[in-house]
Write a protein that binds this ligand. Structure first.
Ligand SMILES: Cc1cc2nc3c(=O)[nH]c(=O)nc-3n(C[C@H](O)[C@H](O)[C@H](O)COP(=O)(O)O)c2cc1C
Length: 223
């Protein structure tokens, strides 16, 4: 598939053919595309938990739906009608993946620089002594792992699309990170970043949400 076609035609798919499974070979091809993404100092901090079990996927979706349902009720009880409506919207925005044959939870390991050979918490502590020199190393050593995972996930979405699969990148379910950790037995050192349902789309006739014109998102710096 032509790159421009893949970039423009990929859509967030929210309805899947539940009874069409994804072969492991295809799952691994998609994850391989993710692994070719750039990452800070090539640390490749991404880890992917693949959930194929129907019951587990249902439990994940139900847990997140129920959480936003409870939050909506609580917001109403406190007289916060708009917040309650937002939480009601989030019920399905975060849980529609119940019919997906597969869900991938994209995680990150903390950044450990192979050269430094010390935990990043220690590096930050030491770097703080240089704050008077007007530098912020947090984006380089803390946030950098999530950025790397996001880049891997974008590769995966494009690859999945080129193979005829639908997907949707979601951070909504991360709201119940603790429950997901428990359900999927996720290692303590992994941080959950995104949830990606995958499957054959129920329909490919999904309208593309409008994009802002380039002139609105670009600014040439005038020295
Ligand atoms: C970081 C991130 C988080 C997202 N989280 C969700 C989500 O929780 N639920 C959902 O339905 N879509 C989610 N989306 C998908 C966006 O709604 C979607 O990409 C956007 O509306 C543009 O549509 P398109 O992907 O079809 O081009 C997320 C997208 C990104 C990049």
């Amino acid at each position: 598939m032509d790159l421009d076609e893949a970039i423009r035609q990929r859509r967030s798919i929210r309805k899947y053919k539940a009874d069409v499974p994804i072969p492991r070979e295809d799952i691994e091809t998609i994850i391989q595309a993710g692994c070719w993404a750039p990452s800070s100092t090539n640390i490749q901090p991404w880890r992917f938990i693949v959930v194929e079990d129907r019951k587990t996927i249902d439990r994940m979706a139900k847990a997140v739906y129920d959480k936003f349902q409870a939050l909506s009720k609580e917001a109403l009880r406190k007289g916060e009608k708009r917040v309650a409506a937002f939480f009601r919207f989030l019920r399905s925005y975060t849980s529609f993946f119940t019919d997906a044959p597969l869900v991938i939870v994209a995680c990150t390991k903390p950044y450990e620089n192979p050269v430094l050979k010390m935990p990043m918490a220690t590096v930050i502590e030491k770097a703080n002594k240089f704050q008077h020199m007007d530098v912020n190393i947090k984006p380089l050593v803390i946030d950098t792992v999530q950025k790397s995972v996001a880049m891997a996930v974008q590769n995966m979405l494009l690859k999945a699309h080129s193979m005829g699969y639908g997907s949707c990148v979601m951070d909504g379910p991360i709201a119940i990170e603790g429950r997901l950790r428990e359900m999927l037995n996720i290692e303590d050192d992994l941080e959950l970043v995104m949830v990606i349902p995958l499957g054959v789309p129920e329909s490919t006739d999904v309208e593309a949400p409008e994009r802002m014109p380039v002139v609105e998102v670009i600014r040439y710096h005038q020295p």
